[in-house]
Design a protein around this ligand. Structure first.
Ligand code: NCD
Length: 322
């Protein structure tokens, strides 16, 4: 496959690309872990720690973020590069003076080597990529997509379950507005025998573009409303937050509290299944920190950690490799 220049949506990913990123991320992860362990008395022969020396990452965040921005920035610094940017582009960039996204991109692309863009409008990353001289990574565009999240989600499924083919994945919550589940659903169509179960309030169902895509790719999916029916029968429970900021108060009130994973619900899950969540989790997961630490089925903190290794692999892929 031709090398990807921009990372905009998960339809761009094929199995070869995913294997390459996962292979790189695994190497980086094991090296990072062993470096920690042997910090003072052992140096690995190969070190990724300066592979992006002299490169600059630009964080351009028009919406709030914790994991995505910190992990991209940490990834760049760990690879020997530098970081500039704003986590509040709506407040502290020329947007306040009325500058368009296209203009901002045509300015900042001279100042760095990759732009991590989070924006509240669907399609913003695609628009930016048209005008950018450097790679754009879509770090979330409104209700659109979040492709680097999907990379870490798939990597986590592979690592935790041992495979992605033939897994049964339940996506729960706000499937209409959640960009993580949209991106993940698209990408799962690349795998064999995957089955998807969508569980959501009626007014927050997975949109038709995804369902059509799944039908075209012969991916089995169903839409259910009962959590108790679904939980015992899947490998992955992928929980999501109600995207309050993307819906009316009425829509929010109708959906609030509808789907909650608490400790009794957790007990309904298969013993080898995993509970994932892109985070931040708010009221849809009610599990004590003690249980979170002790029940191996709870994977969302390991999932977030994987974001670091995946983003290191992705930055190396875009900026270093041939
Ligand atoms: C998600 C996002 O921004 O889409 N967060 C993240 O990057 N892990 C999920 C969310 O905000 O609900």
């Amino acid at each position: 496959m031709e090398k990807l220049r921009h990372i905009i949506k998960t339809q761009q990913f094929d199995r070869e690309f995913l294997d390459l990123i996962f292979f790189k991320a695994s190497n980086i992860k094991s090296e990072t872990k062993s470096e920690k362990k042997f910090k003072y008395d052992w140096q690995p022969e190969y070190s990724f720690s300066d592979s992006l020396k002299g490169k600059i990452l630009i964080s351009l965040f028009y919406e709030e973020s914790t994991r995505t921005r910190f992990s991209f920035e940490s990834a760049m610094i760990r690879l020997g590069g530098n970081v500039i940017g704003t986590e509040a582009a709506k407040l502290f960039s020329s947007v306040v003076k009325g500058e368009s996204l296209e203009d901002t991109i045509r300015i900042v692309d001279d100042y760095g080597h990759v732009i991590i863009l989070r924006h509240s409008e669907d399609g913003a990353a695609e628009r930016a990529a048209k005008y950018s001289k450097v790679p754009i990574i879509n770090a979330g565009d409104g209700k659109g997509q979040h492709p680097s999240q999907t990379l870490l989600d798939l990597y986590t499924i592979q690592e935790e379950i041992g495979k992605i083919d033939r897994t049964r994945v339940a996506m729960i919550g706000d499937l209409e507005n959640g960009r993580t589940v949209r991106s993940l659903a698209y990408s799962l169509s690349k795998f064999d025998g995957v089955e998807l179960i969508f569980v959501s309030p009626d007014h927050l169902r997975m949109r038709n573009d995804i369902k059509e895509h799944l039908r075209e790719h012969n991916i089995k999916f169903s839409e259910l409303i009962s959590l108790d029916e679904v939980l015992p029968n899947v490998d992955i429970v992928y929980m999501t937050r109600l995207q309050k900021e993307r819906m009316s108060d009425e829509e929010y009130i109708t959906a609030k509290g509808r789907y909650i994973i608490n400790e009794p619900k957790l007990q309904l899950m298969n013993k080898n299944a995993r509970l994932m969540h892109p985070l931040p989790k708010v009221e849809e997961i009610v599990i004590s920190p003690e249980v979170e630490e002790s029940d191996k089925r709870i994977a969302y903190f390991r999932q977030a950690e994987n974001g670091l290794y995946i983003r290191m692999a992705l930055l190396e892929y875009l900026l270093k490799d041939g």
